[in-house]
Design a protein around this ligand. Sequence first.
Ligand code: RTP
Ligand code: MG
Length: 142
Amino acid sequence: MAIERTLSIIKPDAVAKNVIGKIYSRFESNGLKIVASKMAWLSPQEAGQFYAVHKERPFFKDLVAFMISGPVMIQVLEGDNAIAKNRELMGATDPKKAEPGTIRADFAESIDANAVHGSDGPDTAKVEVAFFFPEMNVYSGR
Ligand code: RTP
Ligand code: MG
């Protein structure tokens, strides 16, 4: 299996619930290493640009409003198969449909306030890591 990096965001609802540590612990106990992290309060421009792929979708405005409603914790996770592994730990987008024991099943309230973001493939992972941690590009492949 390939060592990958993926971009993870603990969204404003989960930061407000004070469960950053509990979510980090799930990453770590499942073989994902936190290799970069920062807390940020995104501007509307940053959130809109980050989720630009969804800009024609009906939920785009609500998604941006939610993502700027409070601080977020942003991290790069590294490990075997990290992209799919993180998505598995997150659970389905709608927490009501998420498998028991997943982050969204345990910490999320709704499809809008769904606790975490994770890159959905190798191409988006690369773009998203560079979006928040541009300096990491220099060292990719190390
Ligand atoms: P994310 O990008 O945040 O990791 O979530 P995801 O891949 O599981 O879901 P995605 O399809 O990329 O959608 C991004 C975020 O938009 C909100 N959403 N709302 N009301 C709706 O039908 C709907 N669909 C998506 C969710 O908050 C989702 O996390
Ligand atoms: Mg997505």
